[in-house]
Write a protein that binds this ligand. Structure first.
Ligand code: PEP
Ligand code: MG
Length: 756
């Protein structure tokens, strides 16, 4: 069965559009299961009906024409029940919906399974047969399994159709993703860093055939060299027989056949990646139709090899990134270091298929004030190349090739936004406080020289979080003590006289150093933050010494330790900080009086520590709540997992309850407390935090003015009342709607959606 499924999925990947993909599915199901009819109906939620979109066996004239209400027929029943329906003789079932001349009269056996994506029924896949019989259990499970895979094909092809739809007068449709850094822009898409996987390559024409051929030849040559290197590296590590795989790859690649075939496709006008895909897929089809498992394995080898060539082809592309002003960068995946390499002055927005609002790339985009959408719904992003796009990063929507009406509506919103930002800028000189004058410290999170400039101009009361791992990422090896001193001194001096919190190295999870790879099955539950630095005192001490040296003459340094889960970890850290302090003090006798003991604190990210606050607080000067990780560990939701983006939410009742409990204890034990996770930068959440009693919030530079405006319109009592009210609610939806209402009543909607 697995082979049959793989054959169908692979065939579907080759489809140019949704119609073709669905046809391939119905034809292949009839063939593989030897049934007479297979049909696919897709749901239209606006009209509340299913439409027959593909069939083998029913009258084809009904494709696109037959509409069945959501509460009608067997199709409607499968959709309503959200489970398979299996009937011996369908036409005697009360829900059976008769349609003259669709050729269903004689069909008896029926099996319909829902096609579901993230709890939403997208359609129904059914098979039918003349004999009154039960389908085999294998057939049923096959269809259920296939339906789970068809859902992403449907989403993908639906979104591709939105991208390709050049008829600007059509209904306004958009592709959805997760809002990661707010803003609205109109620009032109530039697709970069595409996937190194053939399946995501779409058809594209070239007008420079010789250049594409040159690229191909270089990529093939590079692949040869890489294979040779790999084979040499494996010498002595694996048997000669296993090493012969590399020779086999070399032979396939060396057989002038494949390269020439790809060249021929390029000469037909296709860009090299698509030419490669066409050739490889036609070979794969031949291999996969063979039953011999050995030959099927060879198909995998060919695909793997082709992906390597593709990697080399596209790497050449990505190095050439040049962006015109107003470019919307579209990418499969993006990391903080990729952003650092971009011609940032011309990038007006970022859209990525992968990643989430709290991924570190999103955080950096926010810090730079670049609107961004992460976790875009599945689609072939290469189709977006060169298209005009509207990005609504408040709602996480992208509109491709918008019509004139939509363009002018959004242009209006953009103008309002500009005016609003100007107004917010004018607020900058007023103090950061609530309407009734309670001072709130608005601090800035920074990590990168690129966002430091913005941080300095943001009107912040200091640095609430400096993520030291980001500069570490931009080195080829661990930076020396002196290099680090220079980096930290820059930060501390930039905010002279204001508190500066430097967090010690927090690598692991989704933050990797190119020269210190941590490869784990569960990286977020693994060797992260302080767990790494305590295991490597030689790295930790160099960093601590550098931070202390950078702070000569400064009384406002605070050192924060990430990922503390136990009291003994904290004790070990304090011991090392004291050791570093004593060393520096001894080494710099001549500078007596210029070295001050820094405040020491922890970032509360691991829930276990919330239950040991009493013991922790006895040992530290401050605590900072890192909501990004605290939420992920409290709810057991990977902060970057797109499937769980609905669950990862700072308005989850449990999150508000833990935040309330933290602040209560911090007040009881009289210790300074701040919030430094992304939650603090959401004006809605900032109101709740201040209402709960937090008086120090740290956020990206770009968000300070919005949060400041929100806080200045509510009295501390109003915020307290609001937060106590939402603490009683059981769902995110109720909490959010009460907060949005409060914002609307204060005419602050411009802070939470596009426009003013
Ligand atoms: C946090 O976890 O909230 C935090 C500030 O740290 P980071 O986002 O760098 O993991
Ligand atoms: Mg964290």
């Amino acid at each position: 069965m697995l082979g049959k499924l793989a054959r169908i999925t692979k065939a579907v990947e080759l489809a140019e559009d949704q119609r073709q993909a669905l046809n391939i599915i119905v034809e292949n199901v009839c063939f593989e299961l030897d049934v007479e009819v297979c049909s696919i109906y897709l749901a239209d939620y606006d009209l509340k009906q299913f439409t027959l979109m593909a069939t083998q066996g029913l009258n084809p004239k009904y494709i696109g024409q037959l509409k069945i209400e959501f509460n009608n027929g067997l199709v409607g029943l499968v959709g309503q029940r959200e489970e398979p329906i299996h009937l011996h003789s369908a036409n005697s079932h009360p829900a059976f919906h008769y349609v003259a001349d669709i050729l269903e009269d004689k069909l008896s056996a029926y099996l319909g399974v829902p096609i579901i994506h993230q709890r939403k029924v997208l359609g129904v896949l059914s098979i039918q047969q003349e004999d009154a019989r039960q389908f085999e259990i294998d057939e049923e499970t096959f269809l259920i399994t296939l339906a789970t895979q068809v859902s992403s094909v449907i989403l993908n092809t639906e979104n591709n159709a939105i991208i390709d739809d050049e008829q600007r007068n059509q209904l306004v449709r958009c592709i959805n993703g997760t809002p990661a850094s707010s803003g609205v822009v109109i620009g032109k898409a530039k697709v970069v860093f595409p996937s190194l996987n053939l399946s995501s390559i779409s058809k594209r024409k070239t007008n420079d055939i010789p250049a594409e051929i040159k690229n191909l030849r270089k990529a093939v040559k590079r692949t040869h060299l890489q294979l040779e290197k790999m084979s040499n590296r494996m010498k002595g590590l694996v048997s000669d027989q296993e090493r012969s795989l590399f020779e086999a790859y070399q032979q396939i690649l060396g057989s002038a056949g494949i390269e020439q075939e790809v060249e021929l496709e390029i000469k037909r006008g296709f860009w090299a990646p698509y030419a490669l895909k066409r050739v490889i897929y036609s070979h794969l089809k031949a291999f996969q139709s063979m039953e011999d498992p050995y030959l099927q394995e060879r198909a995998l080898d060919i695909e793997d090899l082709a992906n390597r060539v593709l990697g080399n082809l596209l790497r050449r592309e990505s190095r050439r990134i040049k962006a015109q002003p107003n470019t919307i960068l579209v990418t499969e995946t993006i990391s903080a270091s990729m952003i650092a390499e971009l011609p940032i002055e011309n990038i007006c927005a970022i859209v990525s298929l992968q990643g989430s609002a709290t991924s570190h790339a999103a955080i950096l985009a926010k810090a730079l004030g670049i609107p961004s959408i992460m976790g875009l719904d599945p689609c072939q992003i290469s189709r977006l190349e060169g298209k005009e796009i509207i990005i609504d990063a408040y709602n996480g929507q992208i509109f491709v090739s918008p019509n004139e009406t939509l363009l002018s509506q959004y242009q209006q919103l953009i103008n309002e936004e500009k005016q609003f930002s100007q107004e917010l800028k004018n607020d900058q000189l007023s103090p950061n406080c609530t309407k009734d004058g309670v001072p709130i410290s608005l601090m800035v999170n920074t990590s990168h020289p690129m966002d430091f400039e913005k941080a300095m101009q943001s009107g912040a009361n200091g640095i609430g979080l400096y993520r030291t791992e980001i500069p570490f990422m931009h080195h080829q090896q661990f930076p020396s003590e002196q290099t680090q001193v220079n980096i930290y001194r820059n930060i501390i001096q930039g905010f002279d006289g204001m508190p500066v919190t430097i967090r010690t190295l927090d690598i692991g999870g989704d933050k990797q150093l190119p020269y210190f790879k941590i490869d784990e099955d569960n990286p977020f539950l693994g060797w992260r933050g302080v767990r790494v630095t305590l295991d490597h005192p030689e790295i930790f001490l160099v960093q601590l010494r550098a931070i202390l040296k950078a702070s000569f003459n400064n009384k406002n340094l605070k050192i924060a330790i990430p990922m503390i889960a136990t009291v003994s970890e904290l004790d070990d850290c304090i011991r090392l900080i004291n050791q570093a302090f004593d060393e520096i003090e001894e080494e710099t006798q001549h500078l007596k009086g210029t070295l001050f003991r820094p405040d020491i604190g922890i970032i509360i990210e691991v829930p276990s520590i919330v239950f040991q606050l009493k013991e922790i607080i006895r040992r530290v000067d401050f605590v900072s709540v890192g909501t990004n990780d605290l939420i992920q560990y409290l709810l057991a939701v990977d902060r970057n997992n797109l499937r769980l983006r609905g669950l990862y939410n700072h308005f989850q009742p449990a999150v508000l309850k833990i935040l309330s409990s933290i602040i209560e204890r911090c007040h009881d034990y009289q210790v300074d407390v701040q919030v430094c996770g992304e939650m603090a930068s959401d004006p809605l959440a900032a109101i709740v935090l201040v209402g709960l009693g937090y008086r120090e919030l740290s956020m990206n530079a770009g968000d300070i003015s919005r949060v400041k405006r929100a806080l200045s319109r509510f009295t501390s009592y109003e915020m307290e009342r609001l937060s106590h009210s939402v603490l009683q609610y059981e769902t995110v939806e109720k909490i959010k709607s009460e907060l949005i209402l409060a914002m609307e009543q204060k005419s602050l909607t411009g802070l939470i959606r596009a426009g003013r």
